[in-house]
Ligand binder design. Structure first.
Ligand SMILES: [Mg+2]
Length: 166
């Protein structure tokens, strides 16, 4: 079920409540980290459950979920896997700095978003971009945006606002 709509999330300090790339010293591989590291990075069990319910609601409405990050793709995948959130993001919808999409767009999110939208033939109102980095938000003119206010990731209120957008 696809509704022709999508949410593009930043990763660090948007989905996790901490900056995993910085916390791991920019490690490209995090399999050696304990589960508790990831649980803490996502703000603990309650926040992980909130995220799960959020992604599940959008998924059930047929909204496609993507991640666009300047971190490593494998780290994002491993992190989501460890906290039970990987089912909502297809491998081909996770774009780290080492993805072809980000490489071809020189890591500039607004350009990568435009390419994603063109590929899917989506219009402004069909796409929502969510990021804690204000510069990424102000530069993005191609779709709707939501700025994550806290450095501790998307809040419960912001999760509801995203859901209300579809
Ligand atoms: Mg971020």
């Amino acid at each position: 079920m696809k509704s022709g709509e999508m949410v593009i999330y930043d990763f660090d300090q948007t989905i996790p409540s901490s900056h995993i790339f910085e916390a791991t010293g920019g490690a490209a591989e995090v399999e050696g980290f304990e589960d508790v590291f990831f649980e803490d990075a996502f703000g603990g069990e309650d926040r992980i459950l909130q995220l799960w319910a959020h992604f599940n609601r959008l998924n059930q409405r047929g909204v496609e979920l993507l991640i666009l990050s300047n971190g490593w793709s494998a780290v994002i995948k491993e992190s989501l896997d460890r906290v039970g959130l990987s089912e909502f993001f297809a491998n081909e919808n996770i774009f780290g700095n080492d993805s072809e999409l980000m490489a071809q767009n020189c890591g500039v999110k607004q350009h990568a978003i435009l390419e994603l939208m063109r590929d899917r033939n989506l219009q402004f109102e069909q796409v929502l971009f969510v990021d804690d980095d204000w510069m990424n938000i102000v530069q993005c003119k191609e779709c709707r945006t939501l700025h994550v206010e806290s450095e501790a990731g998307i809040s419960e209120k912001e999760l509801k606002a995203i859901e209300a957008a579809f």
